[in-house]
Design a protein. Structure first.
Length: 166
């Protein structure tokens, strides 16, 4: 019964810990976040211009003061304050989202390195046994013995009486 009570207490503590770790739809397990997809998530995409939730969910005191100032006349806001308000809701502007990335350079570089590495492996790999001097000598002798292409080819250059090259 003491063991059962201890297990119940541990499960209750772990449940309380999980509830404590739930923040904005993300659960911290170890060093990774597990997202709860039943809650609205922030999306920064061209096809969804207005995200369901703001980019910054937990505001600092300065950001809260700016949000209060936002409720008033917008003509009293400076350009920097308007930009800061925009950045609270959106991570990127349309121009920043449309800007191309340089990921293609990484992909191309990796592809070239792999291809070059494979080519080096083929060129500087182990020499086939058919290219060893012993093998070529035996193959040449075999072709001479078989009298391969005796008119204009290989055997035409061999003197069969003296057993040497002409």
């Amino acid at each position: 019964s003491l063991l059962l009570l201890l297990l119940l207490l541990l499960s209750l503590l772990s449940l309380l810990l999980l509830i404590e770790l739930m923040r904005g739809g993300a659960l911290l397990l170890g060093s990774t976040y597990v997202l709860d997809c039943s809650l609205p998530q922030y999306n920064c995409r061209l096809d969804t211009p207005l995200p369901d939730v703001p980019f910054v969910r937990e505001l600092t005191n300065q950001q809260r003061a700016l949000k209060e100032k936002e409720k008033g006349d917008w003509r009293s806001l400076t350009k920097e304050e308007k930009l800061a308000l925009y950045r609270l809701t959106h991570q990127f502007s349309y121009a920043e989202m449309r800007q191309g990335s340089s990921e293609w350079k990484t992909v191309l570089g990796e592809w070239l390195l792999r291809r070059h590495g494979n080519s080096l492996g083929l060129v500087y790999g182990p020499v086939p046994r058919t290219l060893t001097p012993d093998w070529t000598e035996k193959q040449t002798q075999r072709m001479i013995d078989m009298r391969v292409n005796p008119v204009h080819g290989f055997s035409a250059h061999w003197d069969y009486d003296r057993k040497q090259w002409k």
